[in-house]
Design a binder for this molecule. Sequence first.
Ligand code: FES
Ligand code: FES
Length: 166
Amino acid sequence: MKTVIRTWIVNGKKYTVEFPPMRRLLDVIRETLGLKGTKEGCGEGECGACSILLNHEPVTSCLIAAGQVPDGAEILTIEGLELTHEGQELQRMYVAKGAAQCGFCIPGMLVASYAHVTGDHPDNSDAALREAHAGNICRCTGYAKIIEAVSAAAERLSHEDEDDDT
Ligand code: FES
Ligand code: FES
């Protein structure tokens, strides 16, 4: 079977991987790279469980053929969030607010939260936070606590920014 070789920066480290070009990025992340924190839910781009950041943009990795991802691409998965201050703060708040329940949708939720709080001038209104997580489904209806957690993390992070500016 024809394969392609790519070198990517995944969670800050360089990896060279080989795979059939039409293999889903989700499968390369989970099976080839062994990063199983990224989950498969629907497999059709509708639930957000497979969310990652690709070149700083949130994407559903189940819909992307890995062969489309060029050399040098930067990938951040749920495992990589742990390495960032914002990711740690979000995880702390998810736990503090009781937002983490099933553990299945939460990795994708956290990636969406991270993309929001690290964006340029994030709007942290309730409506904007809901919009930022609209592509991520929580089947146990934990949305209220999830939004509460992100809101609390965003507020703490924005105060840190203000302190840094003084
Ligand atoms: S598994 Fe990719 S969006 Fe549901
Ligand atoms: S916390 Fe995963 S479905 Fe609600």
